[in-house]
Design a protein around this ligand. Structure first.
Ligand code: ZN
Ligand code: ZN
Length: 246
């Protein structure tokens, strides 16, 4: 297994019945990384990986559907799970909110916070990570992960003013938010419709497109049909607890 991701939650904007908010576990031969810690994902993470076995956490942005289980992880690491400080790669805004929520000026030694911004590159075990700022109201960083010759990219949250092409060519699997169907896009704010996700991924030349961050109650079949039409080949909507090879 060169590189895979397991879905810890994929509900867009708020939790759906039985489905947590955004979170993934990126696994390669040499690293396990928790990407986004939305509400419900700490519970789901532990079905696949213990906190003691994680190499790092990466948070794309400060919106609460993407990080608040990190506060629970902080408590677990402080009082229950014994390990070295857990590296957390996230924006300054996310760090400020986490400190405020936990009532602490800093989060050491449980968490080893490492601020990231657009263009940042870092190596986590055998995973090469890089980040690109998306089209979203707060500083939001879409990651690309390369390991063992495979490339994964995640849109984080974004509007149509950003593209996977900002993360370079040769993306094998792109995981893209598709919060709405095109017909509902006026509800939407700074997010992509399924049609926009497919068109953007096609223009960027990604090999395989997978949809996530569908709003609770969304018609996943309709989103898949809409995105497949604009992408030009079949796409899939990810499912919680499934593991996908990149
Ligand atoms: Zn979101
Ligand atoms: Zn957001």
């Amino acid at each position: 297994m060169a590189l895979s991701f397991t879905v810890l939650g994929c509900s867009g904007s708020y939790s759906a019945p039985g489905i947590a908010c955004t979170g993934y576990l990126l696994e390669s031969t040499g690293a396990k990384v928790w990407l986004d810690a939305g509400p419900g994902t700490l519970s789901n993470l532990q079905r696949h990986c213990g906190l003691a076995d994680l190499d790092a956490v990466v948070i794309t942005h400060q919106h609460i559907d993407h990080w608040t289980d990190l506060a629970l992880a902080f408590s677990a690491l402080r009082h229950h799970v014994h390990r070295s400080p857990l590296p957390v790669y996230a924006t300054a805004g996310t760090r400020s909110l986490a400190c405020a929520l936990l009532g602490k000026p800093d989060l050491a030694p449980a968490l080893d916070w490492r601020l990231i911004s657009s263009g940042h590159r870092t190596l986590i075990g055998d995973q090469q990570w890089r980040f690109s700022r998306t089209d979203h109201p707060v500083e939001t960083l879409a990651p690309r992960v390369d390991s063992g010759g495979r490339s994964f990219a995640f849109s984080a949250d974004t509007g149509a003013g950003w593209s996977f092409d900002r993360l370079g060519p040769g993306i094998h699997t792109a995981l893209c938010e598709a919060t709405f169907l095109e017909a509902d896009r006026e509800l939407g704010g700074p997010h992509l419709s399924a049609r926009e996700a497919g068109a953007m991924a096609s223009d960027a030349g990604v090999e395989r497109l997978m949809l996530t961050h569908l709003a609770p109650g969304a018609d996943a079949g309709a989103a898949v049909r809409e995105a497949s039409a604009s992408f030009g080949q079949p796409v899939e909507a990810v499912q919680q607890h499934r593991t996908y090879e990149v």
